[in-house]
Design a protein around this ligand. Structure first.
Ligand code: BG6
Ligand code: GLC
Length: 752
């Protein structure tokens, strides 16, 4: 127990950047990132130098269903004088042996990948670069220490000039052994040599290897544990160890040794189920396996990159998105083109912000985001910024969202009744503001004709109707209370108002949640659909529909088309489907399915759950990209998706897919916003313009990088605007109540 604790300490010392230089146990990174997953295939060459024999091998790996490996190998002699002669002679000899081997097999004209087991202490900087620290055993060739052995071998091969190989990896024999066994047993993550010398390697978490600046995935570490105790750590135990060895040598023989080893390991770590697999084929096959894995990884990586690249947008493309958005805004505002425009630029009839004299109790409804809420907002005059709020969240079952309009609005009224009862205000008739987060045509504040459902809603008999009337009808059917409907408000407008109550510079509202949309203050003179030229009015852009006329076709990928086709509203809300919470998880899921079906992920095994629509909730995207615990979280998320046998490499990949999809979303959103703020700047003839954007939405609020990437893009694409973002903490219901309060104040002023 004591030795194992001391060894543990030595390992930590070797892994830590500060203590590594003086550590006895060197913990050398090997740049082997992955063990075989059984899908490797191809022909590989291997050299095995440093054991009792020098071998050249040809390893054929077949992945068709049953894993099979065929090997040819030949032992070559290394004469004494070469082991102690010049390094050039030694490597020339190795190249000669290789040439002879290829000649014999008739494959001299193939340029095959090669792995090199070189069992001497080496410092590696890459998988295919390894500097000999010092010769051990019977070798002492001059001019090799301090040199990269791969370059020496390449030089000798080039000198001959009659064949070529692709040297992909140099490895230690422990690594070779782990890889040899790892091909048959995918759980093999430790390599152990107990021969003339002893050493071990194992797969370590990348973030624990401080010498490298990476924290994702794993890498094999060559412990070089033979040196354990060189600094005296084992002095007090030496006689005990000697006694063990003495006792063991009474009955020499491998079996006895291994039985003892197994028994001792089990006693020391009873919680670990350690199996010992004897390597039958030496470590040369392992060198070929390392090469095979490296080869597979490189090919797969290139393929994945090619796919992910289709989702990366260049600066020019983002500028083009901004330009087209500006164009659509103009088309949406103009009477002539409004009908055909994809971005509808709907006048929202909100013109004045609270002046602080509003007061009273107001009801608000907030429908269309991830939760439906009913609120009571108490506004006190003279107490600006001090609106008191009480709210309750009610669920809307999927069947109700997609049933009949009557069912939906009856349900909403049920919730209002329950809320009033809960507040002890049964029967009260209060002014009400309705946040209704769907595209509505308004010709006054208290009217909203639903143009079309978006997001997850699809209740029949509502499109083309005034939602205030639908709500009034439902109240009438219930015959229990009356309500005074004052305003219907889009969530973007509600959010702008909520934030504007605190910061008067807030003239833009942005939602990045289940859906995405923006509103801003436009000059009345530009709003052709509304009479009058004085002042400004808020415009609900409904920018989610940008792209519905093909404006985004050249940026859309196969995955966007799949997501669109399987949605409630194919062909509609194309921009929203590339940005918002309801769809990002779906894009990721489809990329993962594609990767898996091409054998680039999850060892090609597609789980039933991953095939389920909506299973990859967007909240997973936010979680997956968070903090240091991410890898463990990703694994548990993948388990939830039925991918119980996913590897760490799979987790790293899933994270990359999530990050590419979220980055594109944030950039697209930033490009749209750039069009908005630049338009506002130009409207006001300003060279520099500073403005605040009120923002809400679960994706924006919970994703660890969305807001920073969006802001970066915005700054890059609209450099003349200084934009401050203010997160709405109180939801848009408060804004709807404030809009209602302002409308009530203006109305009562009119009456006096
Ligand atoms: C809420 C607002 O905070 O955010 C809603 O009150 C809005 O009006 C919603 O629709 C948007 O975010 P999500 O993620 O709930 O769709
Ligand atoms: C959808 C709706 C829009 C709303 C947005 C954010 O795009 O059409 O009205 O503002 O989602 O919730």
């Amino acid at each position: 127990m004591d030795v194992s604790i001391r060894f543990r300490r030595e390992m930590d010392k070797g892994l830590c950047r500060d203590t590594n230089p003086t550590a006895a146990v060197r913990m050398l990174p090997t740049f082997v990132l992955s063990t075989p997953d059984g899908t490797e295939q191809g022909e590989f060459l291997a050299l095995d130098l440093g054991g009792a024999n020098f071998r050249v091998l040809l390893v054929k790996v077949m992945a068709d269903g049953e894993q099979k490996v065929e090997m040819e190998n030949q032992i070559y002699d290394i004469p004494e004088h070469l082991m102690r002669g010049s390094g050039t002679e030694l490597f020339d000899h190795i190249a000669d042996c290789l040439a002879n081997f290829l000649e014999k097999l008739g494959i001299k004209d193939k340029k095959l990948p090669l792995g090199f087991t070189f069992s001497f202490p080496c410092q590696q900087t890459k998988l295919d670069e390894s500097v000999l620290l010092s010769w051990t055993k019977a070798f002492k060739s001059s001019g090799v220490e301090g040199k990269d052995v791969v370059s020496l071998l390449r030089k000798s091969i080039k000198k001959r000039g009659d064949f070529d190989v692709d040297i992909l990896a140099v490895i230690n024999d422990t690594v070779g052994t782990m890889m040899t066994c790892g091909y048959d047993d995918h759980l093999c993550e430790i390599g152990l040599i107990v021969g003339t010398g002893t050493n071990a390697c194992y797969m370590e978490q990348m973030r624990n290897i401080e010498l490298l600046d990476a924290d994702e995935g794993r890498m094999c570490v060559n412990t070089e544990w033979g040196a354990f105790g060189d600094d005296g750590t084992l002095e007090d135990l030496r006689t005990d160890i000697d006694r063990e060895i003495d006792a063991g040598s009474l009955n020499p023989g491998k079996q006895l040794f291994s039985r003892r080893l197994h028994k001792m390991v089990r006693r020391l770590v009873p919680d670990c189920d350690v199996r010992f697999l004897q390597s039958q084929c030496g470590s040369g096959k392992g060198a070929a396996m390392v090469t095979a894995v490296a080869y597979r990884l490189a090919a797969q990586n290139a393929e994945r990159q090619r796919i992910l690249d289709t989702m990366c947008l260049s600066r020019e493309q983002l500028l083009e998105v901004k330009r087209r958005m500006s164009e659509e805004m103009v088309r949406g505002l103009s009477k002539q083109t409004h009908e055909q425009a994809s971005v509808k630029m709907l006048p929202a009839y909100v013109r004045s912000t609270p002046d602080g004299t509003e007061h009273g109790d107001f009801l608000a409804l907030d429908l269309g985001g991830s939760s439906f809420r009913v609120l009571l907002v108490q506004v006190q005059s003279g107490q600006r910024h001090k609106a008191k709020m009480q709210q309750k969240i009610y669920s809307i079952p999927q069947e109700t969202m997609q049933g009949t309009g009557e069912e939906l609005f009856d349900h909403i009224v049920d919730c209002i009744a329950a809320f009033l009862e809960y507040m002890g205000m049964k029967g009260a008739s209060l002014p009400l503001g309705f946040t209704f987060s769907f595209p509505c045509h308004q010709s006054r504040l208290d009217q909203g004709i639903l143009l079309k459902w978006t997001k997850g809603f699809k209740a029949s008999g509502c499109e083309g109707h005034d939602v205030i009337l639908l709500l009034k009808d439902a109240v009438r059917r219930r015959q229990e209370f009356d309500l005074n409907f004052v305003a219907v408000v889009n969530d973007t407008v509600g959010t702008m108002m909520t934030c504007g109550y605190e910061d008067p510079k807030c003239e833009v509202g942005l939602i990045v949640g289940t859906g995405t949309n923006a509103c801003y203050m436009e000059e009345m003179s530009n709003i052709e659909l509304v009479e009058g030229n004085e002042g400004r009015m808020s415009i609900n852009m409904e920018w989610g529909a940008f792209g519905d006329n093909g404006e985004l076709d050249d940026f859309c990928t196969r995955f966007d088309h799949i997501v669109d086709d399987s949605s409630n509203n194919p062909g509609k809300q194309r921009y929203e489907k590339m940005i918002s919470g309801m769809y990002l998880g779906e894009i990721v899921r489809n990329v993962l399915i594609d990767f898996t079906s091409k054998g680039l992920l999850f060892r090609g095994k597609l789980s039933e759950r991953l095939k389920t629509w909506g299973i990859f909730a967007t909240k997973f995207l936010s979680q997956i990209e968070s903090d240091r615990l991410a890898m463990r979280q990703i694994r548990s998320i993948l388990q939830h998706l039925g991918l119980t046998s996913s590897t760490i490499d799979d987790s790293v990949l899933v994270k990359e897919v999530c990050s590419v999809v979220a980055r594109r979303a944030a950039q697209l959103c930033g490009a749209g916003l750039a069009a908005v703020v630049d338009r506002m700047r130009e409207n006001r003839n300003l060279n520099q313009f500073s403005v605040t954007v009120g923002v809400d939405g679960t994706l924006y609020k919970t994703h660890p990088h969305f807001s920073s990437i969006m802001q970066e893009t915005l700054q890059d694409l609209a450099p003349q605007c200084q934009v401050t973002f203010q997160k709405s903490e109180d939801g848009s219901g408060k804004g709807a109540a404030l809009i209602t309060a302002v409308a009530c104040r203006i109305k009562s002023e009119g009456q006096h």
